[in-house]
Unconditional design. Structure first.
Length: 167
């Protein structure tokens, strides 16, 4: 197993610990649009996976303008300074997956592992799986700990599944 730097491990832990993110897209007039999306991680493809309805505004936005941004952050805790909240803003290219292709099947499996109750929606014709292929990121690991993350390090974080500690 290759050495994974501490900040990359924190990056991976944050992405795997959360299930929803803020997705930034551009609408047909080039205006920013932010929506909440559930996401999964497909480790072997090193991508994030969205399952969206073709009727959703962000779906049309991603098809027209595949450059997207996705924010994942730790939840606020009473008494902790909000400026120190760990967070990651991913820059990615959205790619609609062809139904029943190998990548579609892998992404569907990853999504259903995280959201088993979504299984009936995978049969609906207007829903699609979208892979978000990372092109970079900005990680804030805490107050005074910020860095730009190169695509290779983003893929490393997405392909690494941190150990889960159960309490």
């Amino acid at each position: 197993m290759p050495h994974i730097p501490r900040l990359t491990l924190e990056f991976a832990k944050l992405l795997h610990a959360h299930r929803v993110a803020a997705l930034g897209t551009l609408d047909s007039e080039g205006q920013p649009f932010v929506s909440m999306v559930p996401y999964a991680i497909e480790s072997s493809l090193a991508c994030l996976v969205l399952h969206v309805s073709g009727l959703a505004a962000h779906a049309a936005n991603m098809i027209a303008h595949p450059q997207v941004s996705l924010l994942v952050m730790q939840a606020e805790r009473v008494g902790d300074p909000v400026h120190a909240l760990p967070r990651v803003t991913l820059e990615a290219t959205a790619r609609v997956l062809e139904r029943n292709s190998a990548n579609w099947l892998a992404c569907r499996d990853a999504y259903l592992q995280r959201f088993p109750d979504a299984q009936p929606m995978t049969q609906l014709g207007d829903f699609m799986f979208v892979a978000l292929d990372p092109v970079g990121a900005r990680q804030i690991a805490g107050f005074g700990s910020a860095r730009s993350v190169e695509p290779d390090d983003v893929r490393l974080a997405l392909s690494h599944k941190p150990l889960q500690h159960h309490t």
